[in-house]
Design a protein around this ligand. Structure first.
Ligand SMILES: NC(=O)c1ccc[n+]([C@@H]2O[C@H](COP(=O)([O-])OP(=O)(O)OC[C@H]3O[C@@H](n4cnc5c(N)ncnc54)[C@H](O)[C@@H]3O)[C@@H](O)[C@H]2O)c1
Length: 476
């Protein structure tokens, strides 16, 4: 471990540069259009201006004490992964199913930590949120519990990490914002795709001006997962299948949207203005459900009366500065996996999928492999130079999960602003209910709430530099 610490300090000196922040242009707000959700700023009333959590530096926490809630597929992988990072203590493990809490404990049996187990009832997370030996609640439950647990935890003085998903309602997004501001507690949004290697490369290229002005971006979650959707053992009480009958829209917007928003400095110099959304009909899910029903009528009978969301949802978003974003979601068609990640600028473009990611600086062709190598040498971020190889070894979607976890832990330990805050969490997940509204209204346009309450004009862009002396060590 000592070696790791020395290694980090050395690299900190070498790699201090980070991303240069872009100067913010002066912008004027246009008049807000009427919004069907009528939620623009309305939930805060006319009291004093709420505290702006963007860029907030919370008091440093030397040892970040973590309690996990939701130890299914995702949470159970997070526990041993975070165990590779120093400067933490795993103090709580909570799952409604005791066997899941126990399995997570077994996965770190060689660690120095002795977490308390909270399990057996659906409210056990409350005791963990109330305990005095935890700083951060890490939430990896089904989507409908993200906000209630996060709000409860922040109201009890805890920072929260919230897994990706989509919001139940716009009102819930505001609840999250209000709780974070009121309690001055971070709501760290765990959008791991923002930390994937090509996404970080293109972020830095965009910041250094390689693409010129960013005009358009595209992102997606196109990932056929029908097998697991209809598999009773895959997730707790088939919760994700049930999400597919709650309305037609983009159910999983943030993997595609997060990295594009980061590149466009959304909430930090630009804002999402309005969207239109359209869904195809369902061509596969009902048939699959009928097959599942034949095999297991007791489980799938309840779905028979329901209509599934359409297979493909396409949303188009306009930003205040006039950029456009195309966002897609399809988990039930026979498509090869893609998150697209297209960045289109006045001087160049990037396209991640189909892999490998490519860069162009003319309309004729992508740059050659040799040129790509030079681009990587020039624009790879310090955090990737520092931790990329280790992240690949530890794994978690090829390493991005590890980079993400190291980063938020390092930010908390050093009192640094976090990369993806409550405004990003609220905004990116709000695309769920907003797209459903648009689809249900013949693709009518709908305004996107400004969760920053106008602070997007002043907030500084995400700064991923790691030029401090107290870099969080990792365990080999
Ligand atoms: N970022 C990624 O790449 C990624 C990948 C997979 C899943 N996810 C996200 O992770 C989250 C969890 O997904 P999953 O696939 O692990 O689902 P899962 O069903 O496997 O896990 C959810 C867990 O929550 C537990 N739970 C349910 N109600 C609870 C309660 N009241 N109190 C405590 N625990 C409770 C369940 O027992 C289960 O173990 C979702 O938000 C999902 O979108 C993210």
């Amino acid at each position: 471990m000592k070696n790791n610490r020395r290694y980090f300090l050395r690299l900190a000196g070498l790699l201090g540069a980070g991303i240069a922040s872009l100067p913010l242009e002066s912008l004027s707000l246009k008049t807000e259009k009427e919004n069907p959700f009528n939620m623009e700023r309305s939930s805060i009333g006319k009291g004093p201006r709420p505290f702006n959590m963007c860029g907030y530096r919370a008091p440093k926490i030397d040892t970040v004490r973590i309690g996990f809630v939701g130890l299914g597929n995702r949470g159970s992988a997070a526990v041993p992964r975070i165990n590779h990072i120093d400067g933490i203590s795993i103090n709580g493990l909570c799952d409604i199913r005791p066997e899941k809490a126990q399995a997570a404990l077994n996965s770190i049996k060689d660690s120095p930590y002795h977490p308390k187990l909270y399990s057996g009832t659906e409210d056990d997370y409350k005791a963990m949120c109330e305990s005095n030996d935890i700083d951060v609640i890490y939430i990896a439950t089904p989507w409908n519990l993200h906000v209630p647990i996060a709000v409860y935890a922040m109201n009890h003085g805890k920072h929260v990490c919230v897994e990706v998903g989509n919001a139940e309602s716009i009102e819930q997004c505001w609840e999250l914002v209000n709780a974070s501001e009121k309690n001055k507690r971070h709501c760290i949004f765990l959008e791991n795709c923002c930390y994937d290697f090509f996404e970080l490369l293109t972020l830095n290229m965009a910041r250094q001006g390689y693409f010129g002005d960013i005009v358009h971006g595209e992102g997606a979650y196109i990932h056929n997962n029908v097998e697991s959707l209809f598999d009773k053992k895959a997730r707790y009480k088939l919760w994700r299948l049930k999400e597919n009958i709650k309305g037609s829209g983009n159910l999983y917007p943030t993997h595609g949207l997060g990295p594009i928003c980061q590149i466009m400095n959304i909430n930090r110099g630009d804002k999402l203005d309005f969207l239109v959304s359209m869904s195809s009909a369902d061509f596969t899910m009902k048939g699959l459900e009928e097959e599942a029903y034949k095999k297991d009528p007791a489980t799938f009978g309840s779905f028979l009366k329901d209509k599934f969301r359409g297979n493909m949802n396409t949303s188009i978003i306009k930003t205040f500065k006039g950029r456009t974003i195309m966002l897609q979601h399809d988990v039930s068609s026979l498509r090869v996996y893609t998150r697209i990640h297209l960045v289109s600028g006045t001087r160049g473009s990037a396209l991640k999928y189909p892999l490998p990611g490519r860069i162009a600086n003319s309309h004729l062709d992508w740059i050659s492999e040799d040129e790509m190598k030079k681009v990587e040498d020039t624009y790879t971020l310090p955090i990737v130079r520092l931790l990329g190889e280790m992240a690949k070894k530890v794994g978690g979607h090829g390493g991005m999960d590890f980079l993400m976890d190291w980063r938020w832990i390092d930010c908390l330990r050093n009192g640094l602003p976090i990369d993806h805050d409550v405004y990003d969490a609220a905004l990116w997940t709000s695309i769920g209910p907003l797209s459903k509204w648009s689809v249900a209204h013949k693709s009518a346009s709908i305004d996107i709430p400004d969760f920053t309450r106008g602070n997007w004009k002043r907030n500084a862009p995400v700064d991923l530099s790691i030029d401090h002396k107290n870099l969080t060590p990792v365990k080999g």
